[in-house]
Design a protein around this ligand. Structure first.
Ligand code: ATP
Ligand code: MG
Length: 252
């Protein structure tokens, strides 16, 4: 029988190595969240507005990822899609092996309670609960013990003197710090935060960002932070830019 030519042998060896590398990469893939070909539009009368245009991104477990872009570029809409708060028109969002775009509202709501923490742009504090009760709320609904965690977080965000106040009795910055503490009280896989330092003076902004980053380091939580503040990007493992609904990623 004729021996295979050297070129052919080299070709098959290279093919074998390449296929093994891609398999290895697949097993080593540490992405917690991926979005593929994500699109979202709204229709206003006769007009269709494309808000998110064919977005692709991936976020590794344990990373701090910042979403940046001008006002109106689509950051909040994108965050809502990534967190399963809204369904895309097309495309998929996978969180920890689950395709969020295929889950019903009820399953998504449960997943948000068990796996996600949120700091919303408008805080969404419960108006009839005090600061301490708002912070404890995620533990209460999950029927988890407090173990001093609420007190610890109240101190970490500097709200000891406001623990018994209602949200309506707080300043914007104090409401924001309450929302941050609430997002961190139960240890979640991923925290989505919109402008978490937007309402804070410099000293509190630094304190809150350090709190978020310490939490990320200690519990291996993934942070997805929407911000306008370029100085925060020094803490980011990845910065994702949104320009007029188009997403581009850059590693810093
Ligand atoms: N429900 C809606 N109906 C119509 N237009 C919408 C709707 N939601 C968002 N938009 C539009 O989509 C664009 C992106 O909005 P989005 O709130 O995602 O921007 P953003 O980047 O978060 O802005 P900001 O930095 O000001 O919070 C804006 O032009 C907005 O007006
Ligand atoms: Mg926004």
């Amino acid at each position: 029988m004729k021996e295979p030519s050297l070129t052919l042998t080299v070709y098959f060896n290279v093919l074998w190595i390449v296929s093994n590398i891609s398999e290895y990469k697949y097993f080593m893939n540490s992405d917690l969240l991926t979005a593929t070909n994500l699109s979202k539009s709204v229709t206003l009368g006769e007009r269709r507005i494309d808000i998110i245009k064919n977005a692709n991104l991936s976020i590794e477990a344990g990373d701090c990822v910042m979403l940046m872009g001008k006002s109106g570029s689509g950051k909040s809409t994108l965050l809502g899609l990534l967190a399963g708060l809204d369904y895309p028109d097309s495309g998929e969002v996978w969180l920890d092996g689950k395709n969020l775009t295929e889950l019903d509202e009820e399953t998504l709501a449960k997943l948000r309670q068990t796996d996600m923490g949120f700091v919303f742009q408008s805080f969404h504090l419960l108006p009839t609960l005090t600061v301490a009760e708002n912070i404890a709320f995620p533990l209460d609904i999950a029927r988890k013990p407090d173990n001093g965690r609420v007190e610890e977080l109240i101190q970490a965000v500097g709200l000891e003197h406001r623990a018994d106040s209602l949200p309506s009795q707080l300043s914007g910055g104090e409401q924001q710090r309450t929302a941050i503490a609430r997002a961190l009280v139960a240890r979640r896989k991923i925290i989505f935060a919109e402008e978490p330092t937007g309402k804070l003076a410099e000293q509190h902004a630094r304190q809150v960002m350090n709190l978020l980053l310490d939490f990320q380091q200690q519990s291996g939580t993934t942070l997805v932070v929407v911000t306008h503040d370029p100085s925060l990007t020094t803490h980011a493992d990845k910065v994702i830019e949104v320009v007029d609904g188009v997403v581009s990623g850059s590693v810093v």
